[in-house]
Design a protein around this ligand. Structure first.
Ligand code: AMP
Length: 113
C-alpha cells in the first residue's frame, strides 16, 4: 500500500481527523494554506479526477455534503470558503488520491497562482 491518503483512511498513518463516515474521511492539511485547511477524500482510491468512473455518480455529492456541513457547523458558511480539486501536474496535484481542499478563515485571492 503506497498511497498515503489510503493509509490515513485505513488508520495506518496518523492524521488530525475531523470527520469520518462510510464513504468519506476529512483531516487537516499538514501544511495549511489558510486558518482552515482540510482535505476531504473518498475512501475509495481514485488517483486523479480522470480516474473516477462514470458509474460513480455519488462521490462528489458525498464530499460536498460533508464540506457544506463542516462549513455550517464551524461557522464559516456565510462568510465563505473555497473547495479546490487539483488534477495532475498542471493542476498542482501532489498526492495521487482524489481530494478536495476546504479552505477558509481568510479572504482567498483569485485568480490562484
Ligand atoms: P495537492 O497538491 O492538491 O495534491 O494537495 C495535497 C495536499 O496534501 C497538500 O496540501 C499537502 O500539504 C497535503 N498532505 C500531504 N501529505 C499529508 C499528510 N500526511 N497529512 C495531511 N496532509 C498532507
Amino acid at each position: 500500500m503506497s498511497c498515503i491518503f489510503c493509509q490515513i483512511a485505513q488508520h495506518e498513518v496518523s492524521a488530525n481527523i475531523v470527520h469520518e463516515d462510510d464513504h468519506v474521511i476529512v483531516f487537516n492539511d499538514l501544511f495549511p494554506q489558510a486558518p482552515v485547511h482540510m482535505l476531504i477524500i473518498p475512501k475509495t482510491h481514485y488517483s486523479t479526477l480522470n480516474d473516477i468512473p462514470p458509474e460513480d455518480t455519488t462521490v462528489f455529492s458525498l464530499m460536498h455534503r460533508v464540506a457544506a456541513k463542516l462549513a455550517h457547523d464551524r461557522g464559516f458558511a456565510d462568510k465563505g470558503y473555497r473547495l479546490t480539486l487539483n488534477c495532475n501536474r498542471d493542476g498542482g496535484q501532489s498526492v495521487y488520491h482524489v481530494h478536495m481542499h476546504l479552505l477558509a478563515g481568510r479572504p482567498l485571492l483569485w485568480p490562484p497562482g
